[in-house]
Each structure stands twice: as structure tokens, then as C-alpha cells.
Design a protein around this ligand. Structure first.
Ligand code: ATR
Length: 270
């Protein structure tokens, strides 16, 4: 029998992870099966236990279970521990469940390796202070940008989040209205505003000349924040499809020890 993997979420029907992992398996010759699991909102732990009791090897975790998965792990990578969220679960030979978070690595890889962004001397604005934002902060700081500002509609949440990571790099937190006339080489949208087709209320002038915009969301049509970037003459106005494929590639690497090529899969989905 092939090794069994799955993505668990609720809803999960829309998840592209099975197609992505099937493409990786085809390309690398790894013998895996990867399915979608609709998680029970009341009994996520039971679903995870059942999956591994049936011999499952690894799970990807998506909305709304990433924090619950974090609580359930026997062991955590440093990135997952500090992110407070797990998107990749691996069953160790001992039977222990190990949690990783590959979202931030996926974002950074997409920016640097696929698109050639240079964090050296870069000023970065990360908008949002929820789970999506928290999950990418450490990998962003590890790129040693000149500064990472977290700005959020509710200012206190951004300040608390920045405090949590102080000592790891140049980081500060504030409200959206406190961005003022500062300018950034990279603006990343990690808010849920796009779910309603909105963009966060950031100043019109906050993108430096030639600066890039990056929406962690993606869709068939350009997202509202991609359109914002284009309208503000971003050097590149990217959506999150590359991040999605790169976080999957990092999970695949953790599970299989083989790094799949991502370009063709990104192109196919983009
Ligand atoms: P997630 O885990 O996906 O990050 P979340 O924890 O609900 O989800 O956080 C959503 C984020 O999007 C928050 O930063 C939220 O701002 P608040 O903390 O002020 O609620 C942000 N957000 C949602 N809708 C927004 C909007 N229309 N404009 C700006 N920010 C928005």
C-alpha cells in the first residue's frame, strides 16, 4: 500500500493540496496517496488520532485547525512553536506526532527563489496580526530585512505580536493609521479583508517606488490586494499561489526527504 497523507480542514473541498502533492509524487517518483479529510469542528483530535491509527504518515492542516493541531503535538519545530500554529504533522517511528509550520518558509521561498526579492536593506510591512501573520514572522525576520513593521486594524494586537518577536530582529507593531508617510519595499497582506473583496486601509503612499506587493490570498481572478498593488505601480504585485505550492513542497520534503520542483506546478495553478 502507498504511504497515506491528507489535508484536514473544514471546509476542505476547495483545497488544492491533493493536486499539488500528486504532481510532486509524479515528478519525484514517490509512492504516496494524498486525500482530503473534512475535519469535525467538535472533534478534530479524534479525526487526527483515527487517521494515524489507520497507518497515516502525515497530515497537512488548514483552516480552522492550525492552532488546535499545535496543542495536540508531542513535539514542535522551533518555527511551529513560536508561530503557535501547525500546518504539517508527521508521525515519527516512535508514534509521536511532530508539528511543523511551513507557511513562512513557503512565503520566503516564493519571494526570494521564484521572484528574486532581495531582503537586504529592505523595509517590509506586514499587514494583519492574526494567525496568518504570526505564522510568517520568524522566517521573514530570518531574512534580516532592515525593518519589519506589523500594522493591524486593531493596533494592540500588532504591538503584542511585535513584542513576542522582539530580540529576533528589527520589528515593531502599530495600527494601520500610524503607518503615516513611511514607505516600504515590500508590503505583505496577511489580513482577511480580501475575503470580502476589501483591502486594508493603508496610506496611498506607503509603497516605495518600485516596491512589491504580496497578497497571501489567491484566486482565479486577481485579488483585491493584487489590484491595489497594480494600481500603485508595484514592481511586482503577487498573489499567494506560489506560497501555497512552496509550503506544500516544504511539507513534502519533511515527509519524504526529497525536494520537488515547484515551477511547473505554480504555472499550472497560476
Ligand atoms: P487569520 O488566522 O487568517 O489571520 P484572524 O485571526 O481572524 O485570521 O485575523 C484576521 C486578520 O485580518 C486580523 O488582523 C484582522 O484585523 P483585526 O485584528 O483588527 O480584526 C484583519 N482584518 C480582517 N478584515 C479586515 C479589514 N476589512 N481591514 C483590515 N484588516 C482586516
Amino acid at each position: 500500500m502507498s504511504d497515506q497523507y491528507a489535508v484536514i480542514g473544514n471546509p476542505v473541498r476547495h483545497s488544492l493540496s491533493p493536486e499539488i502533492h500528486a504532481a510532486f509524487a509524479g515528478e519525484t517518483g514517490e509512492d504516496i496517496e494524498y486525500e482530503r479529510l473534512l475535519g469535525d469542528l467538535e472533534d478534530f483530535n479524534g479525526d487526527v488520532r483515527d487517521f494515524f491509527a489507520r497507518g497515516g504518515c502525515g497530515l497537512n492542516v488548514t483552516v480552522p485547525f492550525k492552532q488546535k493541531a499545535w496543542e495536540l503535538m508531542d513535539e514542535l519545530s522551533e518555527g511551529a512553536r513560536i508561530a503557535g500554529a501547525v500546518n504539517t504533522i508527521t508521525r515519527q517511528d516512535s508514534g509521536k506526532l511532530h508539528g511543523d509550520n511551513t507557511d513562512g518558509v513557503g512565503l520566503v521561498r516564493d519571494l526570494t527563489q521564484n521572484h528574486g526579492f532581495d531582503f537586504n536593506n529592505a523595509s517590509v510591512l506586514l499587514i494583519g496580526a492574526g494567525g496568518a501573520s504570526r505564522g510568517v514572522i520568524l522566517p521573514l525576520l530570518q531574512q534580516q530585512p532592515a525593518c519589519l513593521m506589523i500594522a493591524n486594524r486593531t493596533a494592540e494586537k500588532a504591538v503584542l505580536l511585535a513584542d513576542l518577536f522582539s530580540g529576533r530582529g528589527e520589528i515593531c507593531g502599530c495600527g494601520l493609521h500610524e503607518i503615516g508617510n513611511q514607505q516600504f519595499d515590500l508590503i505583505i497582506n496577511a489580513t482577511a479583508a480580501g475575503l470580502k473583496g476589501d483591502v486594508p486601509a493603508i496610506p496611498e503612499t506607503c509603497l516605495a517606488s518600485g516596491g512589491w506587493s504580496y497578497d497571501m490570498m489567491y484566486g482565479r481572478e486577481p485579488t483585491a490586494f493584487v489590484r491595489w498593488g497594480e494600481a500603485h505601480h508595484a514592481g511586482k504585485a503577487l498573489d499567494g499561489i506560489g506560497m501555497l505550492v512552496e509550503q506544500a513542497a516544504e511539507s513534502f520534503y519533511i515527509w519524504r526527504g526529497v525536494r520537488p520542483h515547484t515551477a511547473a506546478v505554480i504555472q499550472q495553478l497560476g
